[in-house]
Design a protein around this ligand. Sequence first.
Ligand code: TRP
Length: 321
Amino acid sequence: MKIILTGIQPSGDLHLGNYFGAMRPAIELQSQGQAVYFIADYHALTSVTKADDLRRYTFDVAAGFLACGLDPQKTILFRQSDVPQVHELAWLLSVVTPMGLLERAHSYKDKVAQGAETSHGLFAYPVLMAADILLYNSDLVPVGKDQKQHLEIARDIAQKFNDRFGPVFKLPEPVIREATAIVPGVDGRKMSKSYGNVIPLFGEEKAVKKAVMGITTDSTPMEQPKQIEGTTLGQLMQAVNADGYKDYVAQAATPGVGYGDLKKKLLSEIATRFAPYQEKYRHLQAHPAEVEDVLRDGAARARAIAAPVIAKARVATGLSK
Ligand code: TRP
């Protein structure tokens, strides 16, 4: 059975962009092979600076996945830091990773260009990510477009290691989700915490309402028909309720229907669609031991996959006999 592996950074409150862009596709893939999904808390430390935030985001990602339909019987869900052997592997990979490979990484170069204070952790981020992928014998790695280069780097590093020490690692195949999966934020740009344009997935009703009512629209007056196909409002509706989308377009084109009405309709569609997930999520928040049990079991299963791989890498490098 193919191993399908991906990591999710716990770096903020979950929003609809996370759901449509990463969570739903990952949950759909769980029947296609052995899914191995982890919460990349080590990686998140490159941006999250408060311990309480990291703990809460990590728990919330786990609870969010379970609430949205991740099946912990099938899928291995675990916390990256529960398998610290990944750092041993990261070091073994570091010694074969050319500096130039990391210096060319877009995500690192972007941070430098933005004038962000950089750290060794940020620079070495792709090496740790390669270790995540290689430690669990991954066949397929589904990620968003922004992670494409990181996957190429992981393959390069695996190849370099195999060239020097013999065939230890399987080269993973990237599965890149194209931009169609990107849900716009309320201002029309990609929905992202850093743009402050998100619609929360498990937020208070008031916060969801505020975000939806704040969706940017043009100034077509109430009496005139509106063309919402391809607009932010239209795209969000299409994501939330694809079946109801045609009716929605027709409704928008009806004179006398205002943007306020259309936003209220979207709001109620969001409430309907996500109500069952929110209920499960609230249950898990009230029963954190259920989430912890899943993560503990997931870590044990992940360690069982990792153990022979790290043992082989240790022998290949001469660390052990
Ligand atoms: N860098 C990924 C992101 O920000 C998260 C991640 C960490 C990951 N390790 C991984 C994704 C391994 C896939 C495989 O989205």
